[in-house]
Write a protein that binds this ligand. Sequence first.
Ligand code: FAD
Length: 505
Amino acid sequence: MNETVSAKADHDVVIVGLGPTGATLANILGEYGLDVLVLEREESVYPLPRAVHFDDEAMRVFQSIGLAEAINRDARVNVGTKFVDSNMDLMLDWSRPQEIGPLGWHPSYRFHQPDLEAELNLGLADQDTVTLVRSANVTAVIDHDHHVTVSYEHDGAATSASARYVVGTDGARSVVRASMDSGWEDLGFKERWLVIDVQLLQPRPDLGDFTIQTCDKTRPTTYVRCPRDWRRWEISLKPEETAEMVTEDSFIWPKLRPSITPQEGAIRRKAVYSFESKLATRWREGHRLIAGDAAHLMPPFLGQGMCTGIRDAANLAWKLVAIMKWGASDTILDSYEMERRDHARIYIETAVNVGEMMNSAETAEALTHAVSPDGSARMQSINRGLERAIGPADDSFSGMRMPQPVLADGQRLSDAMQGRFAIIGRGAALQVCNLPSSMVAIAVNADEHDEMDSMLDSLGVGALIVRPDFYCFGGQVDADGNALGRLVTALHQELGLHQAPGSNA
Ligand SMILES: Cc1cc2nc3c(=O)[nH]c(=O)nc-3n(C[C@H](O)[C@H](O)[C@H](O)COP(=O)(O)OP(=O)(O)OC[C@H]3O[C@@H](n4cnc5c(N)ncnc54)[C@H](O)[C@@H]3O)c2cc1C
């Protein structure tokens, strides 16, 4: 395809891979009305789970695509983890808060991955501008001056599509990443674990609702209470144990702690995974981008691999929309890697630390110190803002993860935003500012909404801007029109949008 075709690429975005990251991204872009082609190699949704946990941040993204209620129906609020020693005696009770948190959802959920993927797929079926092609194996991605071409095999035939951007959400062995000048930065963790999914054949209420982490130095084991009759065991493996050996029933059943018998549960899956810690060196090159496992790999001890991919999707989506719908400059996409890579690194490093703690902490004191050096043994979510974020210069609020207040009419902030920025100020300040169009941002007068008013007070700000992915763009301590005007001007500049005459620049 020659460059003259570029002005009218077939699609706005091609997404390669319909795992949780690609499906979330496709849903978000569909909500904005972008023309999206999704290419997925497999014929149908994988029927067995990998991930079993997601957090409140992921749930708020699902809320933004109208799927949170359905996903919530199938999920369970996570009660926390009990750490036990090799005799199954309790060392540490690490309970999770059971209240709704500041993001508007519970901090931690257990779920059955096929349920989640089914809901994400139902969401896609409602998106008029998203086309899904299954059994489509992408083989090559070529970047041009103004567009990208994606070659794939479908129904035994070679075919291709063009788009303004391609996003590789095609997992650890990403073809899109391979087409870019991007390698892996290896953060050094590598362990083999056996993952067993069991469906109960008879009730076992004594197994309880807590995750049970057996801190046995010779064989750390994790038990997870999943929704309905699904239960998960993860068992660390020794170097000499081959996949053939450890997938024998005679190996598995005696290793399941807390214990269960073949009469009480049926093994639905047994698989050996190599858990690794890796970050792609480049996340964007020209019109090619990567997200999810294509960009980062981490051990599952925090239950954050998929959650990190969902954060990538939320970050990337509004930037693509800003370029294609709001007239923003393409340079906004450079901030995607800048913001997401460091953030993913923190989750990878924390997951590795938790894994090492499970392997080494043998006393309650050591364990308490490892999970909370202040000795409180309270389960903290990582709950981190972006280390590096776009925003006004020297703005200490930029990148902060924002709470989700309820507005005076009962609507939650994310629902009111509908994919736009929220410019939050007080009274008259909003009147004198040159606000972006209502397609890009909503204006919220905090004086009219009690929870918004309290949020500004508790943060010590007079004005702030919330991004479509619910991080803070910037904040001003003062509440006057000039302060808000400076924020709005910074937003226009960051997006590369023209500001109307008479603005507060
Ligand atoms: C045992 C285990 C437990 C885990 N537990 C958790 C947890 O509790 N919480 C959590 O957040 N994370 C967890 N994770 C991590 C989580 O499963 C992954 O991070 C997540 O599934 C990655 O999603 P993804 O969409 O980025 O990639 P994937 O799920 O790998 O999806 C990639 C998709 O791309 C498709 N594809 C690949 N190549 C091509 C191609 N050439 N053409 C077309 N399509 C292609 C694949 O078929 C696939 O559908 C766990 C992982 C493991 C292994």
